[in-house]
Design a protein around this ligand. Structure first.
Ligand code: ACO
Length: 327
């Protein structure tokens, strides 16, 4: 088995900034309610860029950062629940834009845990020796499936993309946990097309919108985050004290605070950029990772835990030793 390491990151968010006050002109809400219940202050909402555009922009930055040419990539995985097309996959659009002609390309759907699932899948291809270099992207234009009349959800979701390049090399990815609980699927869902064909009578399909049972998702999240963080450390020589940074899915500050309290971990260990970006689903973890890397907040040999939960319901975590940059 080969070892796998992250060698570059990139991210991209649309320019259009939407504040809580802007939203209070669209639905019955307030900056105060949104900030105190979620921690979000503003978010980016795309005016022109598609999910694939966001993905390509983040991917270019990650490739630049890694010093890897697109033609060197063996694999591109895009995690998204807001693709522009049923097919081709967003990953194939990315391949074409980058000129990554050698890469096998596909999308995965694991909602907000998508980046962790993607990283895990890509790592298996590298561990077994099948591939050497892979690009994993979390990209979402959630604004496309947001119900802009539902104040319970439209204040949460946002658009953006984050990416990482991984390769066969040092031991960067140490352990991983991924899991799913389909029995809770309806807590957080966005229907696609209903069954419709010439042999049956069917009503005209409404445009798809994300629906959420916020309280159920909250309950799930405050349990699964600490569980995943503890599980990822099992069978490793590390304890919570050894971890330098925890990068959680950016859904709600109260969920992150609750996980920190349960684990009795200093909240400062949890990286939070939710106030600026809102919940960008599969993009949230790689955007945060890239922001930390570019901000020189992560140093060589730091231990990181990426941890997420999302629609499915899905959950997952990764324990990573940072192998790039200086101490
Ligand atoms: N502005 C003002 N009032 C609001 C808003 C809003 N944007 N949204 C809901 N309310 C009202 C409700 O109508 C309700 O009013 P009522 O008491 O008169 O009926 C009141 O506020 C309380 O509503 P709750 O839904 O109970 O509010 P809660 O404190 O649970 O917060 C929230 C809602 C923030 C969604 C919370 O449940 C939550 O964070 N859940 C976790 C879900 C999550 O983070 N999802 C992220 C997306 S999914 C993912 O990333 C995987």
């Amino acid at each position: 088995m080969y070892d796998v390491e992250i060698i570059g990151t990139g991210s991209y968010v649309p320019e259009n900034r939407v504040t809580n006050d802007d939203l209070s002109k669209i639905v019955d809400t307030s900056d105060e309610w949104i900030r105190t219940r979620t921690g979000i202050k503003e978010r980016r909402i795309s005016l022109t860029e598609t999910t694939a555009d966001l993905a390509v922009a983040a991917a270019r930055r990650a490739l630049d950062d890694a010093g890897v040419a697109a033609e060197e990539l063996d694999l591109i995985i895009v995690a998204t629940v807001t693709p522009d097309y049923f097919f081709p996959s967003t990953a194939c659009f990315v391949q074409n834009s980058l000129g990554a002609s050698r890469a096998a390309c596909f999308d995965i759907s694991a909602a907000c845990t998508g980046f962790i699932f993607g990283l895990s899948i890509a790592s298996q291809f590298i561990r077994t020796g099948m591939y050497q270099k892979a690009l994993i992207i979390g990209a979402e234009a959630l604004s496309k499936i947001t119900d802009w009349e539902d104040r319970g959800t439209c204040v949460l979701f946002a658009d953006g993309a984050g990416a990482a390049v991984i390769k066969r090399g040092n031991q960067g990815i140490i352990s991983e946990v991924i899991g799913s609980d389909g029995s809770k699927g309806e807590c957080l869902e966005c229907p696609a097309l209903p069954l419709k064909n010439v042999f049956i009578e069917a009503e005209e399909a409404k445009p798809p919108h994300a629906k959420m049972n916020g309280r159920e998702v909250f309950k799930f999240a405050v349990n699964i985050l600490p569980e995943c963080i503890l599980k990822i450390l099992e069978n490793t020589p590390y304890t919570l004290e050894d971890i330098n940074h925890i990068i959680p899915h950016q859904a709600n500050l109260r969920i992150i605070d609750s996980a920190a309290k349960k684990l009795q971990v200093d909240q400062a260990k949890f990286y939070v950029n939710l106030p600026s970006y809102g919940n960008t689903s599969s993009a949230s973890i790689p955007i945060a990772l890239d922001e930390m890397a570019k901000g020189k907040l992560i140093h060589k040999e730091d231990l990181l835990v990426l941890v997420g939960f999302g629609g499915g319901l899905t959950y997952g975590a990764m324990l990573i030793k940072w192998t790039i940059g200086g101490k």
